[in-house]
Design a protein around this ligand. Structure first.
Ligand code: PLP
Length: 406
């Protein structure tokens, strides 16, 4: 099936009453016929649901749809994108281990990596796509490589094929955060990523009505007892080792489950992901081109423009567009604030991937706690505005930016 067909039909529960939407199993626990049945589910000998912190039919339907979209083996849905990233990493890490990460990351991920230092997990940052630096960063403690497909808000595009090749040559899996690109622009697993995470609060949900995250395992990585002793007894499950350890371990025990109602909202929202992304990419391209053609004093950053340092990689790797996010540098913080305040259509808030256009001044908000170095690496400047382009008529957006700038 094609991408848009999967958006509508993959992972759907055939309801016995004929409902066309997935039933919301708003139930904490699930009754079984016999004590033996419940014991069977707990013992892993029987398929079924027992408790929503572990698994839930509505949440499973959402997980199955994402698995299909990302082309993976299985997914686990979490209460937020940050929960999904935490789970994806901590499932395979222990004290003393190292993460190699692209330096141009979403601020929340940088904050998380700082938090887990207290547990003896160190992150080594390298410039994205700097192959020599990445090669040099590997030690025998390196357990995972992490990057974003399109860095938020840097808008650098990762050469996933190349990064996967280097990671695998060191016997280490590649974890990609695909939030900004979504499986509409790229199936990172086809390019060699082993695990993919999406903050489904953004484009997947689409209308910003709930926070959630999801991680998808390709099932391709060959875990070994020597390098990943934490997988322990789960190694016997072969390609299901990673997912079964997660669901029966940290995911269930930390309690980061997604609520069935939010899974339902995501299942409805994701139906239009293809249509929305198409429109958002077209709008973003038109708006970026318009800034570039009309305002020499404004520096535009968008992977779709030939002027972007990452245009070649984007061209090679992404299909169907270059994403819905643009950043512009307008000269000073005062100008940035003034333009944002004069805009009539966009909302001023720290989010991306909404149907509506959103603007934010990163250096005074989402990057407020970043160090000088982190700001530089993530391409955040005092005069920078990030625009998450919505599905409005682009002529209206252009008109609005025009009056605000002028
Ligand atoms: C928003 C975002 C996250 C975190 O997701 P939440 O759902 O807000 O927890 C992670 N990575 C990227 C790239 C994001 O944009």
């Amino acid at each position: 099936m094609g991408f848009n067909t999967d958006l509508l039909h993959a992972g759907v529960i055939k309801d016995s009453k004929g409902a066309t939407l997935p039933p919301i199993y708003q139930s904490s626990a699930f009754d079984q016929e016999t004590a033996e049945d419940l014991a069977g589910i707990f013992g892993g000998r029987k398929m079924g649901f027992c408790y929503t912190r572990v698994a839930n039919p509505t949440v499973s339907a959402f997980e199955e749809r994402i698995t299909k979209l990302e082309g993976g083996l299985a997914s686990v849905a979490c209460a937020s994108g940050m929960a999904a990233i935490s789970m994806a990493l901590l499932n395979i890490l222990q004290a003393g281990d190292e993460i190699i990460s692209s330096a141009s990351l979403y601020g929340g991920s940088i904050d998380l990596f700082r938090d887990i230092e207290a547990f003896g997990i160190k992150t080594v940052y390298v410039k994205n796509n700097d192959w020599e630096a990445i090669e040099d960063a590997f030690t025998d403690k390196t357990k995972v490589v992490f990057a974003e497909t399109i860095g938020n808000p840097c808008l650098d595009v990762t050469d996933i094929d190349k990064l996967a090749e280097i990671s695998h040559s060191h016997g280490v899996p590649l974890l990609m955060d695909n939030t900004t690109a979504t499986p509409y622009l790229i199936k990172a697993i086809e390019h060699g990523a082993d695990i993919v995470v999406n903050s489904s609060s953004k484009y997947i949900n689409g209308s910003s009505n709930s926070i959630s995250g999801v991680l998808t395992d390709s099932g391709h990585f060959k875990w070994t007892k020597e390098r990943y002793p934490v997988l322990g007894e789960y190694l016997k499950f072969g390609q299901f080792a990673y997912i079964s350890k997660l669901r029966n371990g940290l995911y269930r025990n930390v309690g980061v489950c997604l609520s069935p109602f939010n899974a339902y909202l995501n299942l409805i929202g994701v139906e239009t992901l293809g249509l929305r992304m198409k429109q958002q990419c077209e709008n973003a391209y038109a708006l970026a081109k318009w800034f570039e053609d009309n305002y020499s004093g404004i520096k535009v950053n968008y992977p779709g423009l030939a002027s972007s340092k990452w245009h070649d990689i984007a061209e090679k790797e992404l299909t169907g567009g270059y994403g819905g996010i643009i950043t512009i540098r307008v000269g000073s913080k005062e100008k940035a604030f003034s333009i944002m305040n004069k805009l009539k259509i966009p909302y001023i808030l720290s989010n991306i991937g909404d149907t509506k256009t959103l603007v934010v001044h990163p250096s005074s908000t989402i990057s407020l706690h970043s160090t000088e170095k982190e700001l530089e690496d993530s391409g955040v400047f005092e005069d920078l505005i990030r625009i998450s382009v919505g599905i409005e008529d682009v002529e209206d957006l252009i008109e609005d930016f025009k009056q605000a700038i002028e």
